[in-house]
Design a protein around this ligand. Sequence first.
Ligand SMILES: [Zn+2]
Length: 280
Amino acid sequence: MSERTRIVKRVFILGMDGAGNWNEEASTPNMDRIIKQAGVMTQHAQTELPTISAECWGAMLHGVTPDRHGVNNDIAAATPFPQDSPYPSFFRVAREADAAMKLASFTAWAPINFGLVEDGLDIYKASASDAELTRLATQYLRDIDDIDIFYFAIDLPDAAGHRYGYSTAEHVQSIGAADEMFGQVLDAIEAREWLDDSLILFVTDHGGGGAVATGHGSGHPMDQTIFWGCAGPGVNRSARLEGLTFKDTAAVVAAALGLPIPAAWDARLPEDLFMREAIV
Ligand SMILES: [Zn+2]
């Protein structure tokens, strides 16, 4: 395998469940500030089918469509992800490339950590309610020496969508509240002076309200269209990100850290995301 160039020292994936692309209607000063400094954001990315959390977070972590990784919400809640799967998560790719990498996964929805992020790879895992998870994550970022991959996923917008309907005022407001939690994590990253040499990703796994006002899972554009943002050194701020799908996030994480992109992955690095000089 040829030596690959590492573009950044760290990757932070900040995720919120069920936000679709309504961040544009919401007040999200924290995401906006980071994107404005050094990033690019699209409102037209597509998530995977079916547009359900385990299927879609699984696609993001394992770089393949849900039919390949085979995990749904029930399986994620009951069965650890096989450590010998032909579709490794980006955490496993990182661990197999470098035993010293520091890896952490903070998820409000426990089945992500239980059934999608592999065990046995020395990945620091925590699951708790959104507010407690934010507290634990910021504490962790204050205390650790350094980090390579940090994944943080909160629930709030999906809970609001199921309760009030997706794209309602309450749902849009919940995206703003999720952004406030992102802000606390971003403040912790900034306090360590890690912003300038890290890649920050802002993601959501699906929208909702397409086929059913308070549900999701269909291929309706309201369910399937998602925002996707990325900021950091080497990012092409005028990238168009045409055809970006949620699973491609795995390839972005791998490329940013100079890790191999497994041949078995469907994930592809958006060709205009990084400046050419950053990846040669
Ligand atoms: Zn949901």
